[in-house]
Design a protein around this ligand. Structure first.
Ligand code: THU
Length: 144
């Protein structure tokens, strides 16, 4: 499915402005596109006890799933230290987010890792999480 990468990246950049990252000083924004064309955004949200921290990608995914969405075609991610210049955004989804995205999106999801609206790298989620363990594996194990 074709989609407007620049618009999705723009939405991720806007979401990054809400990042709550007083501990790492690393701010991330994500924008998740549903197959029906809606966009759900998210930012990272940290915690004084560190481990409950939620990444931007999962914030976007949880918002979308909690609103009834289940089918996604792409996600754009931007991240950098809070004090980094605007054109030096660089990040790729962490392992936990890759796994959580795989749960709902499978390997076909397009992951756009952007430095800016005109500068990005993209991969399918299946390339970022090869041989991923997804819901279908549980049914395979039951012989279904
Ligand atoms: N983070 C994300 O939000 N997404 C990523 O893809 C990488 C890491 C956040 C978690 C934490 O708040 C900060 O960036 C530093 O790891």
């Amino acid at each position: 499915m074709e989609f407007d990468r620049r618009a999705l990246i723009r939405a991720a950049v806007a979401a990054r402005k809400n990042a709550y990252a007083p501990y790492s000083h690393f701010a991330v924004g994500a924008a998740l596109l549903t197959k029906s064309g809606r966009v759900y955004t998210g930012c990272n949200i940290e915690c004084a006890s560190f481990s409950p921290t939620n990444c931007a990608e999962r914030t976007a995914l949880f918002k979308a799933v909690s609103e009834g969405e289940r089918e996604f075609s792409a996600i754009a991610v931007v991240g950098a230290r809070l004090d980094a210049p605007d054109d030096s955004l660089v990040t790729s989804p962490c392992g936990v987010c890759r796994q959580m995205l795989y749960e709902f999106c499978g390997g076909a999801l397009t992951v756009v890792m952007a430095k800016g609206e005109d500068d990005w790298t993209e991969r399918r989620l299946g390339e970022l999480l090869p041989l991923g363990f997804g819901p279908e594996k549980l049914s395979d194990a039951r012989g279904e």
